[in-house]
Design a protein around this ligand. Structure first.
Ligand SMILES: [Ca+2]
Length: 128
């Protein structure tokens, strides 16, 4: 019975939020506009976990409120142009970029705000 209880508990956790993720951090966004960048995180590529970005509690200053945010994942390369790992549209939930399969220093940038100029997000979780 203990095993069954454990399985049911694990099954409710999205794959990208798995407790086996290589790493994660939680944060928030306060009045970002297109071009703003997140903190950096180091992905040692020890696992095949997807890199995902979760938003909850989303606001925009435009009249229509928050609709979506374009989020581009980047590998920060100090001696050469940063390497794009794709852009996803976050509708105030999860987006994932697959497994970058490329050890390095990562960040995400806001590329597009659907309504208005600024967005704020109460809860941001990044896992990789
Ligand atoms: Ca990996």
């Amino acid at each position: 019975m203990a095993g069954a209880a454990l399985l049911s508990a694990v099954s409710v956790i999205p794959a990208h939020a798995s407790v086996t993720a290589e790493g994660q951090f939680e944060s928030h966004i306060n009045s970002w506009r297109a071009g703003n960048e997140s903190r950096r995180w180091w992905d040692n590529n020890d696992t095949s976990d997807y890199t995902g970005i979760y938003f909850s509690g989303c606001y925009a200053d435009g009249g229509g409120g928050f609709n979506y945010a374009g989020l581009q994942l980047w590998k920060d390369i100090s001696s050469a142009p940063d390497r794009s790992k794709g852009t996803r549209t976050n509708y105030c939930g999860w987006v994932d970029y697959g497994d970058p399969n490329d050890a390095g220093n990562y960040y995400f940038a806001l590329t597009d705000v659907s309504h208005g100029t600024f967005i704020s997000v109460d809860y941001v979780k990044v896992a990789w």
